[in-house]
Each structure stands twice: as C-alpha cells, then as structure tokens.
Write a protein of this length. Structure first.
Length: 330
C-alpha cells in the first residue's frame, strides 16, 4: 500500500537542519570551485538556497497532502508527490538565486541557459531526496501498521480465550437439566446462546451496558449450578455508554466465583466516576488471598485495558473483602 509523504514535526526539524548544514557545506564547496575567496559568502549563499528550498518543500508537500492528493486515485500519489518535490527544488533555487543576487552576497554571472539547467538539476536532486524520504516514511508507516495489526490480533485472540471448564460444566448442567427441569434447561440454553453471541462478536470495545448484559447471562448460568451465589449491581447510569474492553467485568466476576466465594457468597459490582476517571469494582466476600498469582486471564485483562483504553487493574483486601478495581479515562 502506498502512502503520501506524511512527515511528522520531528521529521521536518531534521529536514530543516539538513537543509541548513547541507546547503552551507555545498555553498562553501561551490565557492571554492568558482574561485571566490570568501568561504563566508559561500556559506551564507548555501544556507539561503537551503532555507528557500526547505520553505517551498514544506509548503508544497503539505499543500499536496491536504488538498491535492485526495482528489486523485492512490496510484497517482507517488508521481504527484515527486512532482511537488521537484517544484520545491526548482522554485526554491530560483527564489534563493534572486535573494542572493538582490543582496549582492555573491556575484553569480552564469549564462541564462546554465542557470535554468542548474535550477532543473536542483529540482531533480530535490525530487530524488523526496523519493528517498517518501520510501522512508512509507516503510515506517507499513511497520507501524503491521505492529498495530499484530497488537490488535493479539488482543482479539485474548477475547476468544473462553474458559473451557466453564463450557464443559455448562454443557454438563444442560444435559442434566433436560431430564429434571426441561423448562429451566430451555431458558439456560437460550441464555447460554446469548452469552456466546456477545462473546464472539467482532467488537473489541463495547459499552458498559453491553458488558453487564454479558455478566448477567454468565451469572444466570452459574447460579443454575450454584444457587447460593448472589450478585449485586450498583452502577452509575452515566457510565453505561462508556466503552470498555469486552469481557473486562465478566473475567473478574468469573475470577471471584472461582477463587473467592466459590459455590456460595456475595459479589458486588460497582461502577462510578471518580477524579475524572471511570472506576469499576468487583468485590467478593470470600476468604480472600495472601498473595495473588496472576494467571492468563488477569494478565490478558491488564494488557487489553492498557492498549485499548489506557486503563489499569489493581486489587487489594479491604474490610474482609477482596476488591478488584478497573480505572480508565472515560
């Protein structure tokens, strides 16, 4: 895939410094070649030419990127960008020449045809440098996109890591329910289907409201196995439309059931705003922990929170309860 010359501020600074240094050195070298004794005059002349070419490069390339390229098919972008680079070199050298001549910095008495040829050669040189810059930016952009795609792929793979034990246990419960309570079995199957539909959805970021829907379906299925589990919801309505990584709360609820309350106890899910951040807590009154060994689920959640919403996950014991806290800007 091709890209226009999307140069960052840092890149422009490097180009600016290069124009000054290269122009000054080249001007001094040419001064020696044409027999002018003052290197200072050559240095100033070269810097003026360099600054003039840089100015036209900055203006024309940004003009091309913002207003010209969008009107053409992408296959013409490379040619258009290089044409604007040539114009930058040509016009920059012409203006630089008249500035030097106007201020009598160096006496340049070349024939008109030689001057025009020189301006064209400078334009070609600038276009070649522009072409090199084009591919540097292009390769860097491709690398950035590949890294971004790899990160997205990794994050998507984390979403699909549904606990196999939960699936097997649910299927076993359903098999048993079909004999002892067909109506509950049917309701559980429909709830399980809704849960799976939400989990395998392509979106990586979903609203808190949708995430709570996943959690409630998950809790319903768990309560079929463990009726003495109680989940309490205390959610500020203002955060329901805020987007979070999918399965963020569900993983913490699953963790609280598996390692906290196990087959009986209470879980509180709190959601609110505090100090400009969205805070979501999953609290359980299980026997707690001395030291948590972060498994794949918690590590994956930390990574997804960091990359998708620049969020964080923390946990601690308070008032004989275990608290897992998600915080992010929203």
């Amino acid at each position: 895939m091709k890209y226009f010359i999307d140069i960052s501020k840092q890149d422009w600074l490097v180009v600016f410094l290069f124009a000054i240094v290269f122009g000054g050195v080249l001007g001094s070298f040419i001064t020696v070649l044409i027999g002018i004794e003052s290197l200072y005059q050559g240095l100033v002349t070269g810097v003026i030419f360099g600054l003039s070419i840089f100015f036209f490069s900055f203006v024309l390339i940004n003009l091309s990127n913002k207003y010209v390229l969008k009107h053409f098919d992408e296959k013409f972008w490379e040619f258009i960008s290089l044409s604007f680079s040539f114009l930058a070199g040509f016009l920059g050298s012409v203006v630089g020449f008249f500035v030097v001549k106007g201020f009598n910095i160096v006496e340049i008495n070349f024939p008109k045809n030689i001057l025009i040829l020189s301006f064209i050669l400078i334009g070609i040189l600038t276009a070649l440098l522009g072409y090199l810059l084009y591919w540097i930016v292009n390769i860097r952009k491709i690398k950035s996109d590949l890294e971004k795609s790899l990160t997205v792929a990794r994050l998507k793979s984390l979403e699909y890591q549904i606990n196999p034990h939960f699936l097997f246990n649910t299927l076993n419960v359903l098999a048993e329910l079909t004999h002892i309570n067909p109506q509950l079995a049917e309701k559980t199957i429909l709830t399980f289907a809704k849960y799976l539909r939400e989990v395998i959805d392509e979106e990586s970021l979903i609203t808190v409201e949708r995430e709570l829907s996943i959690v409630k379906n998950f809790v319903f299925i768990q309560k079929v196995r463990f009726p003495e589990i109680n989940v309490h919801y205390n959610i500020d309505p203002s955060i329901l439309e805020v987007k979070i990584p999918k399965l963020s709360i569900q993983i913490l609820v699953e963790n609280a059931i598996k390692h906290g309350i196990k087959s009986r106890g209470n879980i509180w899910i709190n959601g609110y705003r505090q100090n400009g951040k969205v805070v979501i807590e999953v609290i359980d009154d299980g026997e707690g922990f001395k030291e948590i060994k972060e498994g794949t689920g918690l590590q994956n959640l930390k990574n997804r929170l960091k990359h998708l919403v620049n969020g964080s996950l923390s946990y601690y014991r308070e008032d004989n309860k275990t608290v897992f806290k998600i915080e992010f800007n929203g």
